[in-house]
Design a protein around this ligand. Structure first.
Ligand SMILES: [Zn+2]
Length: 196
């Protein structure tokens, strides 16, 4: 079990901007965007090992942090990685850029949830995880990402997010059961009518 480390300021915003890791390059945006605020907090306190890994990857990924008010737009991402004759299963890998998507929903989510989600996605990048993979590897990578986020000092936040997920699963299950029951009732009613 990895030890959780304290979150302390390890570098300032200028360093993050200079390392080309801050989305858009203008830290003032943290005043109006909680997603950017979370990115700022996570990148300035992250342990060096993970930070350096992200720094090395800075030119291979891009952010997608759409404004909550934007209804739609065209966005172009340029290929940044040019794999050399690599195949994944029966697919040949083509040039790509990895996109880190952060939903505008996070702007109204609890702060701990914002931190947990942003840290989790950054953890995938810091660990150079495969984006295209089978179910087993997906599960393994998810566990690794959560473990790393805990080590960055967000154990409490991960716990809260898990609780939200459990709650959401329960609600979803109940809704499915309810709609199944409704269909059954409707069927029974129909059969009753046609039968008698
Ligand atoms: Zn994940």
């Amino acid at each position: 079990m990895a030890k959780n480390c304290e979150r302390t300021m390890r570098r300032n915003t200028n360093a993050v901007v200079e390392d080309l890791l801050f989305p858009g390059g203008d830290p003032d945006v943290t005043a109006t965007s909680r997603r950017h605020e979370a990115i700022y907090e996570i990148l300035t306190t992250m342990p060096d090992e993970s930070y350096n890994s992200l720094k090395e990857r800075a030119d291979t990924f891009d952010w997608f942090i759409p404004d909550a008010l934007s209804r739609g737009r065209i966005e172009r991402w340029h290929a940044r990685v040019y794999p050399k004759k690599k195949t994944i299963g029966r697919f040949k890998e083509v040039p790509y850029a990895d996109i880190l998507y952060l939903s505008p929903q996070l702007e109204t989510a609890a702060w701990d949830i914002v931190l947990a989600v942003v840290a989790h996605e950054l953890a995938h990048l810091a660990q150079n995880h495969q984006v295209i993979c089978d179910a087993d590897l997906y599960k393994k990578q998810e566990q690794e990402a959560w473990e790393l986020v805990r080590r960055w000092g967000y154990a409490q936040q991960v716990k809260k997010l898990n609780a939200v997920h459990v709650r959401r699963d329960t609600v979803e299950k109940r809704e499915i059961e309810e709609s199944k029951a409704k269909i059954e009732t409707a069927k029974a009613r129909k059969q009753g009518k046609s039968g008698g």
